[in-house]
Unconditional design. Structure first.
Lengths: 286, 286, 286, 286, 286, 286
């Protein structure tokens, strides 16, 4: 059925059925880690930004956090610099750090901000360099400016939320000596959600959620306890790119976030569906 | 199509399509005059109260104003008192005024408040007697305590809106000598909307709106200018119970309300459809 | 001596002698349970409402709580419904609950509000149905909608006090399924005073206070400790209608109210005399 | 009749009869010029300070302004300095200005402050030197540091009133070169009342008010229009020390004070009688 | 004389001599257009950022606005894109606009923010894309995304200033269709200063100021009236790069900025010298 | 080197070097006990008041506390009253207490306030009699009105600081019976600093600080621990007038002040040097 066939009577019912969910999240902080396919596909991207603008408008305090690996690689290639990886992490010399900063804080961040604003939101873009939002130090000398978070300054985020803005944050870290760090966005998002004592942390991925059998969508785990998730990690059921995502979700729970979700960013409006309907998408941690 | 067949993907689309309307009304005052069939039919009543709760939750400052003629008559009959009318107005002796007060401020008002609260709103019931909200004087000596509005005290309404409550107002007036007045709810609603400089005033009726031919639904006038409405009144196109309703709408426009609507209260969720969709229900005054 | 013989010099002295009491109660919450003769006698009623308006004006945060048994019975009789009692409590079927609601929240509440306003106060009438102020459940299945308090929502009371209004509360309770409950006003008043952590709770009765010998006014107990009051209850010294009143006073003390008084509502301006003079009227609990 | 014979019932009536006056002045600014006998007689002084404390406590924003000629002369005599006058004004050399400062801002001001505080008020003493409250220049070179007011800085007075304090102001002026000026207290009080746009300005004198015949108390003028007062000045009906007082009252009216009174400071509690009873003491300007 | 030879006694004197200037600018908005040599030379850059941090700390509301031409060219060259100019303006195709965005909003903006923060300031970086700060449209179709300012949204700047942050703004414009515009920083700075009704607008250049004879430093004009500046423009005395700068200063005056300065950015701490000493650096417009 | 030879470039460097100190004290409370030579020498006095005005302007919350022994003696002599001392304390009869009040609260306090205001500060003078700031009782019957502090009311001081004023406090105490007390200024200052939980307490003396050998300036102790200071007192190294000063510093530390300094009031701008430079003047307690 096409949505153009939905009558206004049905529209009204849909809206009214969202009421208990709107009520539940009213005035609460929801941190969204944005990434993966939803960041590459233009239509999905617009859908996500629309979701963010809508949630903010109906009284949810939304914080959007993003990385942007593929576009960093793209600019590096344009200027003829070969990306190098060690242990899955990008070796980040000073020039690379500068590229990371330009792409994340300049291109992607402001692009997302602009999209949200044009959809009726009031977004302001921040990076970890603004007001020492993310202070970092070297994670491993061999990796150069790959950063490990030292501290998160929640002040500016709370100030913007209080004034009714949607903070959009690129995970570029800084220290007290003008160095710039490439920070893993999942880690930063979980840490920020924890520092803000968010009601909810939503991690967008390119999977349906945690599955007991990677090849069987029916094996999706709707609700998982932290201890269970840790067991699935230990036993190797959770694999590959899902490992750090699950670890961040566990970390978010540990730091006091009330509800943590891994949702499928490939489904349009998956955030709205998760927050405003009775459908439990993906996997919820508790 | 049953709304149970609507997928969550469609729900999300419906919600996102409401975004521009939500944005338009965010933080604005909308005064709803509630009456007619929507007040008698229990299902319609619940639908309206749900609409009110939802609008308040997504940031609209809703004020609900109600009368309640049929229930007044009902209680009078129960206690063996014969209703009397003169020129279409209820002759109101002191005992009748007391009955009006009990039914409007006691039974109906608190019943509506309770419904809204149970649907997730935060409603507080007021009458024109609270903090001199509606000061009145006798309209015509022969009618007894039928009141003409002297002044409206917007203070308590604005105070409740500021604190996030939904004011539900029964139109019982008072004066400085302990007299109680039966006030026409349409007139009071238009006057209150004007005093509040409301963004929008919505009058619920039991018709589709203004029709050029009462028997032809296709003759519905979607948008009418005040001068045009006055001409339709003069020429007798607008008849019967619609005359005072249209007059109140004109009065609301004259007192500075930006958008004034007559909508069909017999359609479930007609308020939501008017406010949150692109469907122009009923007749809009401009 | 008639008060018209009091010179202005004497008036000034009287005012100045009230200064330490005004100072003591400035900005403090005083909950008054209004009832008995003071509610029936018109002159006494006006005196009480004047007292309330005056206290509010000089900076006391007054909350007035009332029931209204006799008028409920009166309306029931008018509509030919026979009041039924079981164990001293009114058997309350749905129709009776509706009558209770109309009489308390509609007639009495708004009448008191109107009187206070005309005496210079700024009163707003609430019922237990407004914003779930008094949530209740059935006390005893056989009694129908006689309610036992589940919880008190102090929020709206505090919001009104902050904005400078005098909340006048009728003790009609509600639940989450649209049921309406008849709540004992003494119990509700003591509970609300406790929830508000009031400085003072004043219960108006038709006696001088607790007497060791019911027939000897000279046996009045000016100050009573909770343990002593409990002993007097056990030993049957306190009898009849005074039993529940004394129990509520003990409950108020237990819930953290600082000063609790039973005063004689038959004496004009007994509230002012209690609060603003050195005369200890009635019985004080400590 | 002694006030000890007043019963508490009578006390309550007196209090309740003050209600309309309390209501009228609630939240309004009343500036009192304190002087004359009421400053010399210890009992009268205590009565005035009690009046001030009471008015502040019941919500009036009181500002007390005082001079203190006799005590200045007294200290001058103690240190063997001969007071000199020219045209009715004290010739004020630098040493005299210092004495004025010590007596007004040190002795009298803090003494009054202390009395008010001990009667339950919250007073803070200011002089015209605090935060450039009263900027002055020389009035006449021959008189030395006798000051003419250049400007009044209402900021600190309003800040103290907002925080709930009673500002008590000694009329010592200053300029930008460390000079100290002796300022006429009547003039300063009228000017300050005007700058504050006070509701009321009360000037305490040692007379009953304006009289058409100085020797006939019955010739007291209860209400006088500014034009009439000016005529009485021109015609010499108003004489001696009353001339500047009347001129200041006219000036206060001209600067926007709503109600201006000359009252008899020799009557105990004359301020309370004027403000809180129906007795029109002295002369009111309009 | 080396500053290390300055004694602490002298330091104290210097600080105390700055007092009248600190007082003059306390709580006032100062907009600084940062550019030229001060942006290229690392030592000068640190000096400017220190000046900004200091001014903010002593109570000045500083807004820093920057462009960044040379670094845009540098990145273009790195990725092998040839800069093209027409009529002195950079022809900006979509790819160039993206580069402008990355360099200004990503690299330079966050770099400055980081420097200020490490010097004790609390800076947050904004671009014209955040919350529609700078809405633009095409200036000339042939130039591509070179933008002309349509409107400035002062809201977010004022919100950040109120919360105590230093807004650092890169002049990248946006429209409602996701287009990004390259905006002249001088024009944007003057416009923003005007919209904010700034106390002062300081434009940093690589000259001493307006000179009557370009080759004679002694011909520096310290104070120039707008009409005089316009004459100097007309007569060709002002030449080359100074023309647009002078035009922007005139525009700032016209839009209500009180004091406008062109200062020499090549002199270390020229901002502090201009604001906190008696030395009138460069040219002041009035 | 004369400070007139300092170039503006050097001035800018001096200012910028003060930045870390300004940042450290921003928004913090600093209590200064003013006395000794700095109070007698007119040039030093102006320097101190300038320091106070400057610190307040750059965001430090300064509270100035003063006594004034010599001027009390001077006025006593003028009126022919012989000062009497017992155990180093002034025997204070009622007349002497009045003189203390006039000199401290009238002459010195308002003089300092005036000086600060003329240097750009916004000072308001208080005494211990304002709003019961310093409540006292007799220290020793034989000494008359020499007061021992009973309690400090920090409310008015914090209210003035919040509103941006500089409180200047004379240490005249009061009780609830109109008595006035002569309070030791060092003791009062330490006590007030403790009650305010000040960041810093600075005691101005006529020595360089604590010295191990009174005659050897080189034996100055820059930093002293409380236990060490107590030992120096016990062993008699600290002698004469320094004993009570050191005891007050220890008391301030004990009551929670973070940093306590004894500085040399004979050095011009010693406060600024202590607070805004790297020079550790005098002795710091920790």
């Amino acid at each position: 059925m096409d949505d153009t066939n939905i009558t206004n009577a049905q529209r009204a019912k849909v809206l009214i059925q969202a009421l208990p969910y709107i009520r539940e999240y009213n005035g609460k902080i929801v941190v969204v880690k944005y990434g993966g396919n939803a960041m590459v596909n233009d239509e999905l991207k617009r859908a996500v930004m629309g979701d963010i603008a809508l949630l903010a408008l109906i009284g949810v305090k939304v914080v959007l956090i993003h990385g942007g690996g593929p576009e960093i690689t793209e600019l590096m290639q344009k200027i003829g610099k070969k990306p190098e990886f060690a242990g899955g992490l990008r070796v980040t010399d000073r020039e690379t750090a500068e590229i990371v900063q330009m792409v994340l804080a300049g291109k992607i961040n402001k692009g997302l901000v602009s999209l949200i604003n044009n959809m009726g939101g009031r977004a302001i873009g921040l990076s970890g360099m603004d007001c020492h939002l993310i202070e970092a130090k070297r994670y491993d000398e061999r990796l150069g400016y790959v950063g490990e978070i030292v501290s998160v300054n929640a002040g500016p985020i709370l100030d913007l939320l209080e004034k009714g803005y949607i903070p959009v944050i690129s995970t570029v870290g800084c220290d007290r000596e003008e160095n710039v760090y490439n920070i893993n966005a999942d880690t930063a998002a979980a840490r920020i959600a924890g520092t803000l004592k968010a009601e909810s942390f939503i991690s967008m991925t390119d999977t349906e959620g945690i599955k007991r059998d990677m090849n069987d969508p029916a094996s999706l785990v709707s609700v998982v306890q932290v201890s269970e998730a840790q067991r699935l990690l230990r036993e190797g059921v959770i694999q590959g790119g899902m490992i750090p995502k699950v670890e961040c979700c566990i970390e978010a729970i540990r730091r006091g976030v009330k509800k943590v979700f891994i949702i499928d960013g490939r489904v349009p409006h998956s955030i709205l569906i998760e927050v405003l309907t009775d459908e439990g998408m993906g996997t919820m941690f508790c």
